[in-house]
Structure formats: structure tokens, C-alpha cells
Design a protein around this ligand. Sequence first.
Ligand SMILES: [Zn+2]
Length: 286
Amino acid sequence: MIIFPDLPEVQVEEVSVAEEITLTLRTTSPTASCPSCGTASSRIQSRYTRTLRDLPSIGRPISLVIHVRRFFCKKSTCTQKIFAERLPSLCHPHAQRTKRLQEALCQLGLRVGGQAGADVGSELGMSGSRDTILRLVRRSPQPATSEPRIIGLDDWARKRRLRYGTLICDLERSQPIDLLPDRKVSTVSAWLKKHPSIDIVSRDGSSEYASAIKKGAPHARQVSDRWHLVKNLAECVSVQLAKTLAQLRRAEERRPARTQAVQQVQQARQAEPTNCATRLERVAVE
Ligand SMILES: [Zn+2]
């Protein structure tokens, strides 16, 4: 089937197109396997209708109405006497959305966040509240990562001005990798000992972090983090500018005296011909 390539034993019974598209489906497999013991059974106990939200099509949301069967388990010792047939390639048990819709909402959540993902999804015909998207993101499997090599340590406030923990970021991947409950030397150094791959640690000016790194990863190089580097630079520049400003002010204050001295020199030069003439007259007399 083109619509459900992974579900050859599902038949479309009806298609209704309105504000949204509704597909009514029926399963055609003659048997189903008990989820507890795995025994295949063909004895139908009852039927019920299950509704799932699916990915939109031609800009309209899609609902799947599936007639699902309940079976008797044939194995007498099985604790599950009755079970509902499952559609593992389409949806998880008890889910209200298909796997592909859950995946799309999860990707939205990962890229733009819970509320923004819900807003964008609503525009695209993919219903899912902020809480639903965040739940899907939390359940999504974590990508396999290699051991961190360059990390950054910094405080994070559990309760501002009262309780602080330690945030550890992988600086090569630009992502947080752990949160420690406090910033004690023992806690941070214990974490570092478990990660011997670390070569470089970026930190603030805290002596506690310096001690923890020395204790937990003595081979690692400690560097100042960019924020504190810029902060220290700004402070040095401010001090230097203040000194220069003070020097300029003092120079400005001395300026009248200097101006007066210059005027005296100019007056002396203006008087110089007379003095020369006087000197010449004196020479003539002599
Ligand atoms: Zn069973």
C-alpha cells in the first residue's frame, strides 16, 4: 500500500475529505501475536475503534480511524488472556499519534522549542501541545557521543544567591553534558576522574574549580573562559583609561602657567632688536 508501505495488512475502507482528511482502516491479518507470550492467535474476542493523528497531507490534518481487534491468547498458562492487536510499525501502544507524526513533532521541539514547535506545528496541520512536544523530546533517544575532550565549567543557580551547582559543557559540540549538584572540589574532581579524556578545561577565576581540576584532571590544561577573559580585559582597559584621563586633566590644569611662560618668551623676542641696538650702541661708544 502506498499510504502505509510498512503495513501491507491494513486496508483503507473509507476516505473522507473535509477540513481534515479522515481515513478509516481495517486490519486484514488473520492472526495476531500475544504481546506477553508471543503466541499467535486467530480467536477474536471483540473489536474497538482507535483514532490516531497522522502527518498532514495537501495542507490538511489527517486522522486515522482504525478498527482494531482483541484476541484470546491460546496459551493456557499466559497471564494475558485477552490482548489487542498491535501495529508496531505505525504507532506505539496507547499512543494518540502515529510514529511519523511523533517524530516530526519531536524534531520541531528540538529545533525551535516546545511552545514555538506547537505554534509551527499547528500552522502545518500537526497538532501537538507544548507539553506533548517536550515529552516527546525528553523520550527521544540521546545521540551517541564520544568522550568530551575540551570542556567548560561554570556555576548555575539552583536558587539564586543561595545554592549553586556546576554546569559542564562540551565546548567542541557546544552543548551541556552534565549538571552537578554543587561546586565543591570533591564533587567536581570526582566527575573529572571519571572522564580521563579531558585535555582542556575552561573556567572562571574560582580557586575551587582550579583545585578540583588539579585534583581530578592534573594533566588537563586550565584556561580562562572567554567571558571572564573579556571581563578582565575590560577592567584593565578601564583602569588604564582612568589613569590617562587623570594625566590629561593634570596637564590641562598646568596649561595657564605654560601659556604665561610662552607669552613671556614672545615678549622677550619682540624686545630683542632694541637690545641688539643697545648692544651695538654700547660697542660703538667703547
Ligand atoms: Zn499470551
